[in-house]
Design a protein. Structure first.
Length: 591
């Protein structure tokens, strides 16, 4: 089995674009960043006080100095330690506010971009790819921001002030930097060269696993009905082991990093001892100064080690950030057209010679032509698998036609800006969602400027007003996953109320009564009829009672239009629709 599923991932930004995007966001917080730099530098400077005073204590003891001198130095060391901690705390807190604000901006931008993407593009990428970017990748970036970036800032400040401190003791101690710096540079280059690919592969493997875990969860009834648990578990195992392999590659890389850091520590300490031995022998410095230099180096090694070790988190976070920025970098013309205003020639919604298939070797629709004229109600009937729902998504502009054209008022549907298209042609399916929050917020998603009177008017239209009045908090009742539970019929009524508020020119209703019982179906048919009154509508009829009252019926079989005309004409013709109608009226079954 291939390591990757057969779908087209959303793009991933390269490191240059990722850094550029991050710098743009950081540039909005220049004052806070300056405070971070000052606080970190001050923390590093105060951190050098302790090793320098320890060195002087060695000299005091060696020369037989007074105990009071040691106590004074000890007190200064304590004050310096407190000042170092305070400055570090201020710097970390300021850094957290900056980077968490940046992360929040990135998360909001990504969500906004994903919501603008065509549904077909999201489906091609796979739900796992989108979900992992919005969850796992955001978590990785958050972890890098909370853990790695503060350590990196403190380490950089520590390195600078420590090098200055070594030079202040004796410039020859800078030999340690000359000897060890190339090793650290080569180590960092090795890590940076290899780590991005390793961590990007790890994030992609995690996205693949999420995709194959999410699918069975979403289709759990089908999995149980056909006893697919075994094969699907084996597939999940395959992709889970792919994540393990990628994670182990990252661990091996980190161990190589640790070995080189330990080598750098050994070389640096050796150089300090040799230089100190020579300088003390010449009388250029004291043993205490050499002790301070060794402590400085140990203080220097610690931030350098932190920089190297947080590269692990930084690289993982950078790989995740690249996946987030990749979504943000999707050209706007791929998600929404320009804001041109198109003339409406009054032809309504027209599909002409549409062919479509989800793959080249599996065509769903074959030369389908459908017209929904202004104010006309057209019913689309056909057995399951005939292509009704697929045609609905193409007419709504969710999927582009493979061949043929779809126009609304003479304008190609895909040329209409997304926001404008949603106001002109709306698709209502049986899979509706009640958003978490108050009922008022749920309804106002369709029209944010709607006042209370208009909300109640929409609820009256769909027959849900009495139900809402029965709730303790009325429109302010919290619904959704953690609120008042809404049954399938009411959920459809709320979706119809949102359609009423949206007030589109054309409504495509895809089996909106399919999940309701016989009583509920009648209620929903009345609700839908009230909303569709005066509007153009294409109704995918789950019950032929819906088709019978339509102005015209289109009968699909095998992705082709086989009959078209008013109900009475089709029944009288004695064709396939007539047979279906007779069977339905005798058994009162569903199509």
């Amino acid at each position: 089995m291939s390591d990757r599923p057969d779908h087209v991932y959303l793009p991933v930004a390269d490191w240059r674009r990722t850094i550029r995007h991050l710098l743009i966001h950081l540039g909005r917080h220049k004052a806070r960043l300056a405070a971070v730099v000052v606080a970190m530098a001050a923390s590093g400077a105060f951190g050098l006080v302790t090793p320098r005073l320890l060195g002087s204590i060695v000299d005091v003891v060696a020369t037989g100095g007074d105990a009071s001198e040691v106590l004074v130095r000890a007190g200064l060391m304590a004050l310096a330690a407190v000042a170092c901690a305070v400055c570090a705390g201020i710097g970390i807190a300021a850094a957290a506010t900056v980077f968490e604000a940046v992360l929040a901006d990135l998360r909001e931008e990504m969500l906004e971009t994903v919501l603008r993407l065509p549904v077909a593009r999201v489906e091609a990428a796979g739900s796992g790819d989108v979900l992992s970017r919005a969850t796992d990748d955001v978590d990785k970036v958050s972890e890098a921001i909370g853990k790695a970036l503060p350590a990196l800032l403190m380490a950089q400040a520590g390195v600078v002030v420590t090098v200055i401190g070594l030079a202040a003791i004796d410039w020859r101690f800078l030999l340690v930097a000359v000897v060890t710096a190339p090793l650290y540079v080569l180590t960092a280059r090795m890590y940076i060269r290899q780590a991005p690919a390793v961590y990007a592969a790890e994030r992609t493997a995690a996205a693949d696993r999420a995709h194959h875990v999410l699918g069975p969860v979403q289709g759990l009834p089908t999995v149980r009905a056909f006893d697919l648990g075994g094969p699907l578990s084996s597939r999940i195992d395959t992709y889970s082991w792919a994540v393990v392999r990628r994670s182990m590659q990252a661990v091996v890389l980190q161990n190589r990093l640790a070995g080189r850091l330990n080598l750098g520590e050994f070389i640096g300490m050796t150089v300090i001892l040799l230089v100190g031995f020579a300088l003390v022998g010449d009388g250029a410095i004291t043993v205490g100064a050499t002790t301070a230099a060794m402590l400085f180096f140990l203080a220097l090694f610690d931030p350098i080690g932190q920089v190297m070790y947080v590269l692990d988190d930084l690289q993982s976070g950078a790989a995740a950030l690249g996946r987030i920025v990749g979504v943000l970098d999707i050209p706007r013309d791929a998600t929404e057209s320009d804001d041109r205003r198109h003339q409406d020639d009054g032809t309504g919604l027209v599909a002409d010679g549409v062919h479509f298939g989800y793959s080249a070797d599996h065509q769903i629709l074959h030369n389908v032509s459908v017209a929904v004229r202004p104010g006309e109600h057209v019913a689309l009937v056909g057995m399951s698998g005939a292509g009704k729902s697929t045609l609905a998504t193409i007419l709504a502009g969710i999927h582009p036609a493979g061949r043929g054209s779809v126009t609304l008022g003479g304008t190609p549907v895909l040329d209409i800006p997304d926001a404008d298209r949603a106001r002109r042609v709306a698709l209502l399916t049986q899979e509706v969602h009640v958003f978490s929050g108050t009922l008022r917020d749920d309804l106002m998603l369709a029209r944010p400027d709607a006042d209370t009177e208009r909300l109640w008017g929409a609820l009256e239209t769909v027959g849900a007003a009495d139900w809402v009045r029965s709730l303790d908090a009325g429109l302010d009742t919290v619904v959704g996953e953690h609120g008042h539970q809404v049954d399938a019929m009411v959920a459809q009524q709320l979706a119809l109320a949102r359609i009423e508020l949206l007030d589109p020119d054309v409504v495509i209703v895809d089996e909106a009564t399919a999940d309701a019982g016989s009583v509920g179906a009648g209620v929903l048919e009345d609700s839908a009829a009230a909303v569709l009154a005066g509007r153009s509508a294409l109704i995918i009829a789950h019950r032929l009672s819906q088709a019978a009252v339509a102005d015209r019926i289109i009968h699909l079989e095998g992705g082709r239009v086989v009959e078209s005309g008013p109900h009475a004409q089709l029944v009288a013709s004695g064709g396939r629709y007539s047979d279906i109608w007779r069977a339905w009226t005798n058994g009162r079954g569903d199509v």
